[in-house]
Design a binder for this molecule. Structure first.
Ligand code: C5P
Length: 233
């Protein structure tokens, strides 16, 4: 199977409070983007990697790929206003010979290579597949900090990336995407056109770095060889 991988790395990361765009904030002297590239190196079916970038970050992205030992062709493109725009631009650059496209957020440095493989295999079988974890907390709705309802968590999942899809299905989903209601993930676009999307068990380690506290935790994890070998292999 031939798989194109897209890494979404064009976000500004303003909530993190750094001048650097989020994908280039460092964990253990390596940019966040490096970790996804290093993991994709171990996913055999991946034949190319396309990265969406903030302006002026091409040289830094090439250096990260070199340090990650990425052996497949690397394509770089500037991201759009929303994540959905960035992915659409990257998708247009994927090789038509790929049957599956897997998309991952650079903001999740600890997605294991095995999770990528599981999503790719499930997508080839079902059309689409995403990593997700069951919601563990009790969910509350509120208005002005006062609880208005408790939401049953049964059957609710927190969606992660990687997300993998048959390439033609993902192209059709993005062709129908609306600027008025941008989707925060690709599965949502595929669901809107009636595509089947499977859930693959994700991991709490595969959290998205959003706040300064997330970065503190990520830096501690990146210092552990045990964590890194579990992710890269
Ligand atoms: O902002 P958020 O953390 O939800 O973004 C998820 C991922 O999408 C990040 O890795 C970010 O770099 C990427 N992104 C993008 N283009 C945008 C916005 C976000 O590639 N316009």
């Amino acid at each position: 199977m031939r798989v194109s991988a897209i890494i979404a790395a064009a976000g500004s990361g303003t909530r993190l409070g750094y001048a650097q765009p989020k994908a280039f904030v460092e964990l253990g002297n390596l940019p966040l983007l490096y970790y996804s590239m290093r993991t994709l190196r171990g996913v055999a079916d991946v034949v190319e990697v396309i990265v969406t970038l903030p302006p002026g970050k091409e040289a830094d992205a090439r250096l990260a790929a070199e340090r990650a030992g990425l052996r497949v062709p690397l394509k770089l493109t500037q991201g759009g206003a929303e994540r959905q725009d960035s992915v659409r631009t990257a998708l247009a650059l994927t090789n038509a010979g790929s049957s599956v496209v897997v998309i991952h957020d650079a903001a999740r440095p600890f997605a294991a290579a095995g999770l990528f493989r599981a999503c790719i295999e499930a997508a080839a079988r079902s059309g689409g597949a995403i990593a997700a974890i069951p919601v563990a907390d009790t969910l509350k709705k509120s208005a002005q900090s006062i609880i208005t309802a408790t939401v049953a968590r049964e059957g609710l999942y927190a969606a992660q990336t990687p997300q993998a899809f048959i390439r033609d299905l993902l192209l059709a989903a993005h062709a129908c995407a609306s600027q008025a209601a941008p989707a925060t993930d690709d599965a949502c676009l595929v669901e809107r056109i009636g595509g089947k999307v499977e859930i693959v068990p994700g991991s709490t380690l595969n959290f998205k770095i959003t706040t300064p506290e997330d970065l503190l935790v990520a830096r501690a994890l990146a210092a552990s060889d045990q964590i890194l070998s579990g992710i890269f292999d």
